[in-house]
Structure formats: structure tokens, C-alpha cells
Design a protein around this ligand. Structure first.
Ligand SMILES: NC(=O)c1ccc[n+]([C@@H]2O[C@H](COP(=O)([O-])OP(=O)(O)OC[C@H]3O[C@@H](n4cnc5c(N)ncnc54)[C@H](OP(=O)(O)O)[C@@H]3O)[C@@H](O)[C@H]2O)c1
Length: 340
């Protein structure tokens, strides 16, 4: 008899903030494991903001896209023996058949990746600080912004998976760090992990906060949110400042007619020109060639006590949609993970 898996399908196109009724939990057969294939079991599943974008473009009826740390439970592929672990884009699914073709893909998004040597750290970090979001923080800060010790680094979405790692790496690099996040307890945590100044963007005036926290203005801005927040940061950028455009979550749930203003209205020509700003978007997969280098550096910083990680863990595969909606609403501190 064919084994069965559980999977969450996108069955309605979200309008604005996604709703639980946009997703349907189904049981489906797992294809047999043939030469070169493996069958994997999800150990923990990632919840990320990009899933909102995917929910806007995946054909209805598709399994929701997403990464997971998975354990090989059946194998006809010597590279992935039974019991080995991988980080794979198997989607919101518990048991997954990965064909030999899929395992050989050169598309980084679809690749099944080895975890770094975790040295006893939890496997789930392979989805966060020692995975995609950790490397987004690492390469976005060290390669796109390239801060110099003594410079002021501003981080938006600072208590999230990417932002909280950026805050800490910027401190390791000897910078002054200002973080903005959406609640007082997140602000308190940002101070605990080393931010020199932290603010709740829902209650402060961004300009007033920056006049106080960055009298010499901001040299590097790591932007996770875009929109009005970013527009209000721009007048406080220093001459020769750099902006790394990592994400624009403030616009992800906007209706189409609102979207243009939300996603493009951040940068005023005169700020950019007079202050000779460099504004650069980037994607984590640009750093594929240096992937393990980033993860090993992050792991070593954790082991040396220089980098703290926090996971927002939700138990139960049935909670995938709630957790996803929660992340879009700001429920998480650190990396959002579902343990099935
Ligand atoms: N370029 C890349 O390669 C790459 C890779 C990974 C992620 N990203 C982007 O990086 C950003 C952070 O991703 P993440 O995985 O670390 O997610 P995350 O920050 O852990 O979670 C999302 C957070 O966004 C904040 N948020 C939601 N709506 C907001 C709004 N209207 N204004 C300001 N903040 C809002 C919430 O925190 P608050 O409580 O603070 O509002 C929420 O906790 C996202 O924009 C994501 O798309 C880009």
C-alpha cells in the first residue's frame, strides 16, 4: 500500500492579509522511491515572509512553498543515506518524495542542501541563523553594506529572523546599532542582544528617535520593511550612506492599487543625490558560492557566545497557516519554526 503524507494546499488566492481559509490540509500518496530517489520526513518547517509572495503566484491547488529540515527515511541514493539530514524546499508537507532529478537540480532555490557541522546545536537552526535567514543577514551586512567600525547601522524589522542577526553582526563589527521593531518587548530584547538604541516604530516618531540616537546620521541602513518607515529614515542618512534593500514586508499584504506607493515611494531623489547614497537590493542566493563559509562563521560566533539565536517555535503541522499569518502580523521574535 502506498504511504500517505499530509500537505497544505493553497486553495484560495489571499486578498490583503492571508486568512486560514485560503489553505486546505489534505492527505496525498507518496510516490515510490526509485533508483536515485529519497523519501524525507519533515523534522521542522520554516515560516517566512516570502511565502506571502508565493501565495500570490502559485497555481491554486499547489502545495505551499517552504523550506524544512528533513530526515531521510528511505533512500536509493548513496549521497543521502537513511538517517541523514538536509535542508530542502519540500513545501508545507510532512513526507516528501525527492526524485533523482530534483536532487541534482542546479536551481539553488530547489536544491537539497547539507547542514553545516552543527557541533551539537539544534538542527532547526538550519532554517534560521545557520540557514537562509542567517546568511541573508551575514552577506547583506558584510558584502552589501560593508560597515566600518564606528559607523552607525540602522536595522528595520530588527527583532525578526534576519534583523536580529544583522543587529548582532553589526555589533561584532564594532558599529553603533539602532534597531526598530513593532513592540516594547521586542525593543527590550534588542537591547539585550546589544542594540545601542532600540525603538518601537508603532509608538515613536522615527525622525525624533533618529535625531536623538544618530546625531551624526546613519551610515548603513539594512532595510527589511520598506514603505513609509523607510521613507522616514531617508532624511537621516549620512553623506555617502549605504542602504541594503533586503525586504519590504510593509507592502506584502497591500492590495494591488495601494502596492505601488508602498513598494516604490521610499526614496526621494534629492536625499539620494545630495547625500550620494548607494541603494542596493540583493537576494541571498547571490552568495551560493560562499554559502558554507557564511554558515560556519555564524556557527562559530554562536559557539563563541558572540551571537545569540532565538526561535519562535509553534508545535503542530496543523498550525502552519496560523503561524504564517502570525509572522506577517509580527507575532514572532527571531526565526519562526513549526515543529510537526
Ligand atoms: N533579500 C533576501 O534574500 C531575503 C531573504 C530573507 C528574507 N528577506 C526579507 O527580509 C525581511 C525579514 O524577513 P524575516 O524572515 O527575518 O522575517 P521576520 O522579520 O522574522 O518576520 C517578519 C516581521 O516583519 C515585521 N512586520 C510585519 N509587518 C510590518 C510592517 N507593516 N512594517 C514593519 N514591520 C513589519 C513584523 O515584526 P514587527 O513586530 O517588528 O512589526 C514581523 O515579525 C522580509 O521583508 C523578507 O521578505 C529577504
Amino acid at each position: 500500500m502506498m504511504a500517505l503524507s499530509k500537505a497544505w494546499k493553497l486553495t484560495r488566492r489571499p486578498v490583503g492579509m492571508p486568512a486560514i481559509r485560503d489553505f486546505t490540509l489534505v492527505e496525498e500518496p507518496v510516490p515510490p522511491c526509485q533508483a536515485g530517489d529519497v523519501i524525507v520526513q519533515a523534522e521542522c518547517l520554516s515560516i517566512d515572509p516570502y511565502m506571502r509572495f508565493k501565495a500570490g503566484i502559485l497555481p491554486l491547488g499547489s502545495t505551499m512553498d517552504g523550506g524544512q529540515v528533513a530526515r531521510v527515511i528511505e533512500s536509493k541514493n548513496p549521497q543521502w543515506p537513511v538517517g541523514s539530514y538536509m535542508v530542502t524546499q519540500a513545501g508545507w508537507r510532512l513526507t516528501t518524495h525527492l526524485s533523482s532529478e530534483r536532487l541534482q537540480t542546479t536551481d539553488f532555490w530547489q536544491k537539497s542542501l547539507q547542514l553545516p557541522d552543527m557541533r551539537g546545536l539544534p538542527m532547526s537552526l538550519g532554517l534560521g541563523t545557520l540557514g537562509m535567514t542567517g546568511n541573508t543577514a551575514y552577506f547583506g551586512l558584510t558584502e552589501i553594506l560593508r560597515p566600518v567600525a564606528g559607523e552607525t547601522v540602522l536595522v528595520s524589522g530588527a527583532a525578526g529572523a534576519v534583523g536580529s542577526v544583522v543587529v548582532q553582526i553589526a555589533k561584532i563589527k564594532g558599529c553603533k546599532v539602532i534597531g526598530f521593531a513593532g513592540s516594547d518587548d521586542k525593543v527590550e530584547w534588542l537591547r539585550e542582544i546589544g542594540a545601542d538604541h532600540a525603538f518601537n516604530y508603532k509608538v515613536v516618531k522615527v525622525g525624533e528617535a533618529l535625531k536623538q540616537a544618530a546625531p551624526a546620521k546613519v551610515n548603513c541602513y539594512f532595510d527589511n520593511v520598506g514603505g513609509k518607515f523607510t521613507a522616514s529614515v531617508m532624511p537621516y542618512m549620512a553623506f555617502g550612506g549605504r542602504v541594503a534593500v533586503c525586504g519590504a514586508i510593509s507592502g506584502y499584504n497591500k492590495q494591488e492599487e495601494e502596492e505601488e506607493g508602498a513598494m516604490t515611494g521610499c526614496f526621494k531623489d534629492s536625499d539620494v543625490i545630495w547625500n550620494r547614497l548607494r541603494i542596493e537590493g540583493f537576494m541571498f542566493f547571490e552568495f551560493e558560492d560562499r554559502w558554507m563559509e557564511g554558515l560556519e562563521q555564524l556557527r562559530d560566533w554562536i559557539l563563541e557566545g558572540k551571537l545569540k539565536y532565538k526561535e519562535y517555535v509553534v508545535n503542530g503541522f496543523e498550525k502552519m497557516p496560523d503561524t504564517f499569518i502570525g509572522v506577517l502580523k509580527g507575532s514572532n521574535r527571531g526565526k519562526a519554526i513549526v515543529m510537526p
